[in-house]
Design a protein around this ligand. Structure first.
Ligand SMILES: [Zn+2]
Ligand SMILES: [Zn+2]
Length: 216
């Protein structure tokens, strides 16, 4: 299992990075990106704290731990600048919190994130055809999520991604220990979104590619 969207208590997750990554390793994770919620107020603090322990925890527990960030409710006009800042500060996976049906995310967030070239647009809700096509063109991965609420539009996201050639990844958006998901459960949720076995395998390869790029 590779999971590139997870929260620690540096935002609203329940666990410190040590326990989060330990539990992931026990579940058979090969790689995890810790991507706490950030805006301009906390982005420097969070990335620095996660980056300080990622390599050590990875080698101690036997998985790849990647310092990342999830730009969350950042006003669309500020997403590109904040994404750049995240990379400058050392975020190796930049996720943007997309237009989920579960929260009043500002319209225009999906498009701004894709134009900014984030790595993953998480739970993009009722993403439009134009946005899916742009994600394909820019190489931005669209997320299929195992998380309650956000997962309501998985079927739509999968359909748009497949129709317009955008890459997909499957993530958990874990906040609590019970949210971490083994590979078999992730597979079932992806199939439930309408993906074939081969399309799920392609999602896994896409995640692997992001890990490779992040660790270069
Ligand atoms: Zn959260
Ligand atoms: Zn999240």
């Amino acid at each position: 299992m590779i999971d590139l969207h997870v929260h620690s208590l540096f935002s609203d997750g329940e666990l410190i990075p040590s326990e989060l990554t330990r539990r992931a390793a026990v579940l058979g994770y090969r790689a995890m990106a810790i991507t706490d919620h950030a805006d301009a107020s906390n982005i420097d603090f969070i990335i620095q704290r996660i980056a300080a322990v990622a390599d050590e925890l990875g080698s101690d527990w036997g998985l790849t731990v990647i310092p990342g960030i999830e730009l969350t409710h950042v006003p669309p006009a500020r997403i590109a600048g904040t994404a750049r800042k995240a990379r400058d500060l050392g975020a190796r996976i930049v996720v943007c919190h997309g237009e989920t049906l579960a929260e009043p995310v500002a319209p225009g967030t999906n498009r701004a994130a894709i134009e900014a070239g984030v790595d993953i647009l998480s739970h993009p809700g009722l993403i439009s055809a134009d946005e899916a096509a742009l994600a394909a063109e820019r190489g931005v991965c669209l997320e299929i999520t195992t998380r309650k609420g956000h997962s309501l539009t998985n079927g739509h996201v999968a359909r748009m991604a497949l129709e317009y050639g955008a890459r997909m990844v499957v993530n958990t958006d874990s906040h609590a220990p019970g949210d971490l998901t083994d590979l078999e459960t992730a597979r079932k949720i992806a199939l439930g979104a309408g993906l074939s076995e081969e399309q799920f395998e392609q999602c896994r390869r896409n995640s692997e590619e992001l890990v490779r790029k992040a660790m270069k």
